[in-house]
Design a protein around this ligand. Structure first.
Ligand SMILES: [Zn+2]
Length: 408
């Protein structure tokens, strides 16, 4: 946000310089108006380039001055037709002229900022982003997108430098979770040859999923790193181990189903984790991954806003500065690539789960935002939930199966 404010300040100064110089040359020095305008624009353009380079984007140390200058001139000369075209378009829509001009200018400033940031003053911003420089899903080199986020240009897998950890969940998800858990268990019953399967849930929290699985006759077990939870498990007599996957398990434990509900994206090394899952599955066993996706409308919108300088929603999706942030962010395609690259597991089911339920929405919002922010966000989210019903959801459910006979 700070950088966008700097951008706007430089643009305002540029405009003042442009207009001031024009008046000086045209009125005081009595130059031709066209000549005065060109001189003012060239001078202001050079000022804007240098100011953005050094002050807004701090891109000066890279030494790609000629390339940056050429691109900036191209962008800057695109502005006249762009703003004029937008103005004409808004006038056609019947907007009053002054409003149309303001809206066109605002769109231009936003557009210029986005292009400048994305394509012109790019550079080796220092990154602390994790998962190393190589994409675990496809092996391509990862790009730096934010100081704390890397993105694979080939498959769109994303990784953050946020410190992994266990922490409290978001409140108000009860109804949504229950509905999604029942959906997952329905799919599992379709895929399992018989009832009574032994199931492990990694990161089982207080055991809501395990309780429902046990009700359907499964033999259930959980792992939970958050201290104290194993004692307060919702199902009496369920074995919940304290600690992390796979270290908390006995070496010879094997399962017919291993489930990750909103957990896989918190693991620092997903390739190693899925290879461990395969090793711990019995032949024909199922791996269930239920996790948020980068190809849903919520993530896409938040990422776009982040590109424009409004970082709040994007950081919230990554759970930045929360106890248990997201370390990776997949979509259904690169998740499948990751699994197939590290294991012999085969995809047997892919679908989407509900992301936003109007029931429980208030407590979900109020658990992470201040009362004032919640009062603003709640009606927005409530209305957005109707729009989101029309798009594929941000949460994906994928199920992979191990080969029936090992080594075949
Ligand atoms: Zn990749």
């Amino acid at each position: 946000m700070l950088r966008f404010a700097r951008y706007v300040a430089v643009q305002a100064a540029t405009y003042g310089l442009d207009m001031g110089l024009f008046l000086l040359l045209f009125i005081l020095a009595r130059q031709d108006a066209v000549l005065a305008n060109v001189a003012a624009k060239v001078f202001a353009g050079i000022f804007a380039f240098l100011a953005h380079r050094y002050f807004t984007f701090e891109a000066a140390r890279e030494g790609k001055q000629t390339r940056q200058a050429a691109l900036y001139v191209a962008l800057w000369s695109l502005n006249v037709p762009l703003s004029t075209g937008l103005l004409a378009f808004f006038l056609l829509l019947g907007m009053p002229a002054v409003v149309a001009k303001i809206v066109a200018d605002v769109v231009c400033v936003g557009f210029n900022y986005w292009v400048s940031r994305k394509y012109i003053f790019t550079g080796p911003r220092e990154s602390t982003a994790g998962a190393g420089p190589v994409c675990p899903a496809c092996g391509d080199a990862m790009n730096v997108e934010e100081t704390w986020v890397r993105r694979c240009p080939a498959c769109a897998f994303m990784a953050s430098a946020l410190p992994p950890g266990a922490g409290r969940g978001v409140a108000g998800l009860g109804f949504l979770r229950t509905r999604n858990f029942e959906t997952i268990l329905d799919r599992l019953e379709d895929l399992l040859p018989s009832s009574g399967a032994n199931l492990l849930e990694v990161g089982c929290a207080s055991g809501w999923f395990l309780e429902r699985a046990a009700r359907r006759g499964m033999r259930v077990e959980g792992i939970e790193p958050e201290p104290g939870v194993e004692g307060a498990c919702a199902v009496a007599g369920v074995n919940v181990r304290a600690g992390y996957f796979p270290d908390a398990l006995d070496e010879d434990s094997r399962y017919q189903v291993i489930v990750f509900n909103d957990v896989f994206e918190h693991l620092p090394d997903p390739g190693r984790a899925i290879a461990e899952v395969e090793r711990r599955l019995e032949p024909a066993g199922l791996a269930v991954l239920n996790l948020p996706s980068t190809d849903g409308p919520i993530f896409r919108t938040a990422r776009l806003l982040n590109g424009l300088g409004l970082a709040g929603p994007y950081e919230r999706l990554w759970q930045k500065d929360m106890e248990s942030p997201h370390v990776t962010y997949f979509n259904p395609l690169n998740l499948r690539s990751l699994v197939e690259r590290h294991t012999g597991l085969r995809l047997v089911h892919a679908s989407r789960l509900s992301v936003l339920s109007r029931k429980g929405l208030w407590s979900r919002i109020a658990s992470t935002w201040s009362p004032a922010a919640s009062a603003v966000l709640f009606p927005v989210a409530w209305c957005a939930s109707f729009v989101l019903d029309w798009f594929p959801s941000d949460i994906v459910l994928t199920i992979f199966r191990k080969e029936a006979a090992p080594g075949v």
